[in-house]
Write a protein that binds this ligand. Structure first.
Ligand code: ADP
Length: 268
């Protein structure tokens, strides 16, 4: 609800009450977000506390049990750490959404760098990733760190949800509009069409159990969406169940300011 005071012609003050459903929806999303984030943190925290209490009893005297429990607690703590890092990234990107990015970014170099980092990390499927960057793509104006995170999230998902042993391709090509198109292609189980419109919502997962067991926070694509919006780009998701998924980001050469910040309201 929004209340506005307006001065009427005769000097009387008139109160307009209107249901700003847009504000109501944003507020509901904020409340849901806080509830979801708290729930996601509460589960691993409860598990860690449970194990600490058990270790504090006689179970802690057995070295094998102690070792096993400590490993579980470490995994849970890492899960909380990933979640907190993603929450912080999201709020940083959101805080900057009205400030246009302003660094020259060589996307070819960025793609090579992300691929090299992945190979170095020794992640389970890193060997399946190949990066193909068409040479001669001009620099774009952007935020290098945010674009790097966007690419990490997209490639990370392709590695998580692609079938083991199948290739993951990262392609960088010029876009007809003078910008660039980055796409990440996997051969995985794909995503059923009814899920596609909601994938970039915070904490939306097609299969929550699978996402969690693969180390997902449910925030990766929400971060991608915010980075793309800040760069005035576009995210296209195409997927076929049983075949695979392509996530393509088109970035303009330089993002242009919007006429009014209200046009850029992020609602998810
Ligand atoms: P998560 O941390 O769960 O991976 P994301 O926000 O990155 O969260 O993705 C949201 C959901 O979208 C995932 O849980 C998964 O169900 C689906 N998804 C994302 N990328 C892919 C992909 N490449 N192939 C199949 N499903 C995907």
């Amino acid at each position: 609800w929004q209340m506005r005071l307006a001065a009427a012609a005769d000097g009387m003050r008139v109160v307009h009450l209107s249901d700003r459903s847009e504000n109501a929806a944003t507020e509901r999303m904020r409340v849901d977000f806080v509830a979801n984030a708290s729930h996601e943190l509460r589960t691993p925290l409860a598990s860690i506390l449970g194990y600490v209490e058990t270790l504090d009893d006689e179970a802690g005297d057995d070295p094998a049990i102690r070792h096993r429990f400590l490993r579980i607690m470490m995994d849970e703590a890492r899960r909380m750490q990933r979640l907190v890092e993603d929450l912080l990234s999201l709020s940083r990107i959101e805080a900057e959404r009205y400030r246009l990015p302003d660094q020259p970014v060589a996307l070819g170099e960025l793609v090579d760098e992300v691929c090299a980092e992945l190979k170095r990390s020794g992640a389970p499927r890193a060997a399946d990733v190949s990066c193909i960057a068409v040479s001669g793509i001009p620099d774009i104006v952007g935020d290098r760190a945010q674009l790097s995170q966007m690419l990490h999230n997209l490639v990370g998902n392709a590695m998580k949800y692609g079938r083991p042993g199948t290739p993951v391709e990262v392609r960088l090509e010029p876009d007809a509009g003078g910008g660039a198109r980055l796409s990440v292609v996997d051969q995985g189980d794909g995503i059923a069409p009814e899920h596609l419109p909601r994938l970039t919502e915070r904490f939306y997962r097609v299969d929550a159990g699978r996402s969690r067991s693969l180390g997902g926070t449910g925030l990766g694509l929400a971060i991608v969406k915010h980075v793309v919006e800040r760069h005035r780009g576009r995210l296209d998701i195409s997927s076929r169940v049983g075949v695979g998924t392509t996530m393509a980001v088109t970035l303009p050469a330089a993002p242009a300011a919007l006429s009014s910040p209200r046009n850029n309201d992020v609602t998810e």
